[in-house]
Design a protein around this ligand. Structure first.
Ligand code: COI
Length: 356
């Protein structure tokens, strides 16, 4: 359904003369601002998602026995719609998110939308909420597709019914310390993911267990937690909401996505950009001690974008990285990544999908 076909009586708030909703874009962080519409599509177990529709943003009704509430059968995705200086609204590699959701759905025994209906639903959601897409340079519309086992079930088994839902919120920086580097705490008591578990897919169950170590780290003044592999406790894996890279002697390294690390779309894009620029990129196990010896480190993610790491604290040791060098790998690669998204650098790879 085209956004224009939606009754204007169900939209909320006022738009200004440029078609923007009347909010202070300069105070946006990464908090929820509810927008006008969300997208909803349902299907039964062993069937396929076929047709969904935009509906006014609001609460959803669930059985107390919904599988997602009792057994965590759910996945989510994170994407962004960006408004460029020339007025175009673009998505970045939405096919990657669609495919990742399909892989996750297979792991979690759920049906999932195919790639084209997924992207179409994301486009519809972004356009229906266009007045909430921040002006160029002031942030983006964060788009959150959800796939939930919403059918009721008592025993541990896949839900009889599924809901694919997309909502959106205008956002800016994920971390409060705008443009400041992250101070990461290496967590050696709590693990994020185990071999054979769901750490390699975007299962909702990966996030609640990370809240306690995250709260502990934040209480101690750190920006976030860096997890180690659960099998040996020696190798770095990922941060609560982003992937990590290190650079040593101009060689870029990042932990491999072999089941315990989320295969981030930004991670994949940064690897491709770096290789195209002629840099060597290794996807391999990285011992925490090696990270402590790195020249620089940075984190990547849809919500986070690309942020430098300022320090790592592991047990009693804290190392600091220089983050002001204009020749840093972080600066070089992130400026290309952001340039492709905002249109200052030509997209030669077909990563950008214009939606208006
Ligand atoms: C994203 O980067 O979109 C994520 O899903 C991270 C999220 C936990 C905020």
């Amino acid at each position: 359904m085209a956004p224009a076909a939606i009754s204007s009586s169900i939209s909320s708030g006022l738009s200004d003369e440029n078609g923007y909703v009347d909010i202070d874009w300069d105070t946006l962080g990464f908090g929820l601002t509810s927008t006008d519409y969300m997208y909803k599509m349902k299907c039964f177990k062993d069937e396929e998602f076929t047709e969904g529709k935009l509906i006014p943003y609001g609460n959803i009704e669930l059985s107390p026995a919904a599988c997602v509430l009792n057994y965590g059968q759910g996945l989510f995705e994170g994407m962004k719609a960006i408004r460029r200086e020339d007025g175009k609204v673009v998505l970045f590699r939405p096919d990657e998110n669609a495919l990742r959701m399909r892989i996750g759905a297979e792991r979690m025994c759920m049906p999932s939308p195919s790639v084209d209906p997924f992207i179409d639903a994301v486009k519809q959601t972004a356009l229906a909420n266009k007045r909430w897409i921040p002006p160029p340079g002031k942030g983006s519309l964060y788009i959150r597709p959800l796939l939930l086992g919403t059918g009721a079930i008592l025993g541990v088994a896949p839900a009889p019914e599924y809901t694919f839902l997309i909502y959106a919120s205008p956002v800016r920086n994920y971390f409060k310390e705008e443009s400041a580097a992250l101070n990461l705490y290496v967590e050696d008591q709590f693990d994020r993911a185990s071999r054979g578990g769901a750490g390699g897919v975007k299962s909702i169950t990966n996030y609640a267990p990370a809240m306690k170590p995250l709260a502990k780290a934040k209480n101690n003044g750190y920006s976030d937690v860096l997890y180690l592999d659960s099998a040996t406790g020696k190798y770095i894996e990922e941060v609560s909401a982003c992937n990590i890279f290190m650079v040593k002697d101009k060689i870029i390294s990042t932990p491999p996505t072999k089941g315990t690390i989320l295969p981030g779309v930004t991670r994949k894009s940064m690897i491709e950009i770096a290789r195209e620029q002629g840099f060597k990129v290794e996807e391999r196990q990285i011992a925490v001690e090696e990270l402590l010896e790195a020249d620089e480190a940075f984190c990547t993610g849809t919500a986070v974008v690309v942020v430098p790491v300022g320090s790592i604290t592991y047990q009693a040791k804290r190392v600091e990285y220089g983050t002001t060098d204009t020749n840093s790998m972080y600066k070089k690669l992130s400026s290309i990544y952001v340039g492709i998204q905002n249109g200052q650098i030509e997209d030669k790879k077909g990563w950008i999908v214009e939606i208006n």
